[in-house]
Design a protein around this ligand. Structure first.
Ligand SMILES: [Zn+2]
Length: 213
């Protein structure tokens, strides 16, 4: 099995796993990973993510998003995440990005006042799961506004990548929508996806307890 074929199978498996955790339900969310020829394997849009098969991925150019190789099924269209995944690859050298529609990501962004552009996470051992972050650090996760189309998030995301406060962030929260989480490769992206969802859940749960107390 070639590297790319294996990656296609892993990406399909991760979508099923993430669907089981409520992170890519109702056809929402997405994923990308490295193709053999320097392209990005990109999941299709508007399909049930738990049913995506290895042949359903497109190969797109991470520089401009154009389709290098289509999915096997001609009825499929490439994910709306295309422009954002390409930008994340170019700015952060990420070969794999997960787009989550998890409720916990929406609720975590809700904790941040409208005029504040980040969620501060502190006091959790799991922070060590993010490269360059320790368990004594206050980790800032950027929060951006939602837009009518996913591709329109590019402008805000470009500003985030240029902001030195967010140099160690491997995730961005999108208000009322979800999150983008990335890593150097597929397994890094999977690990960061699990770590950030834990961090979001813990922060939301702790804030709720403070409000009750
Ligand atoms: Zn989305």
């Amino acid at each position: 099995m070639t590297g790319e074929q294996q990656t296609r199978e892993i990406l399909a498996e991760l979508l099923r796993e993430f669907h089981g955790r409520g992170w890519v339900s109702g056809t929402g969310g997405g994923i990308c990973g490295p193709a053999d020829d320097g392209g990005l394997l990109l999941a299709p849009t508007g399909v049930l993510k738990e049913r995506v098969r290895p042949g359903d991925f497109f190969v797109v150019d991470p520089e401009d998003g154009h389709v290098i190789r289509p999915a096997d099924d001609p009825a499929l269209r490439p994910s709306e995440c295309n422009a954002i995944f390409g930008l994340t690859h170019r700015q952060r050298d990420a070969w794999s990005v997960v787009h989550s529609h998890a409720l916990t990501a929406v609720l975590a962004a809700d904790l941040v006042p409208r005029l504040t552009d980040h969620l501060a996470i502190r006091g959790l051992e799991m922070l060590k799961g993010i490269p360059g972050v320790g368990n004594q650090d206050t980790h800032l996760v950027p929060v951006i506004r939602n837009t009518p189309r996913e591709s329109e998030l590019v402008e805000q995301l470009t500003a985030v990548f240029d902001d030195p406060r967010f140099a160690t962030a491997s995730a961005v929260l999108v208000r009322d929508h979800g999150a983008y989480i990335w890593g150097d490769g597929v397994w890094d992206a999977k690990r960061h996806t699990e770590v950030y969802h834990f961090l979001f859940e813990a922060t939301v749960a702790r804030r709720g307890r403070q409000l009750e107390g």
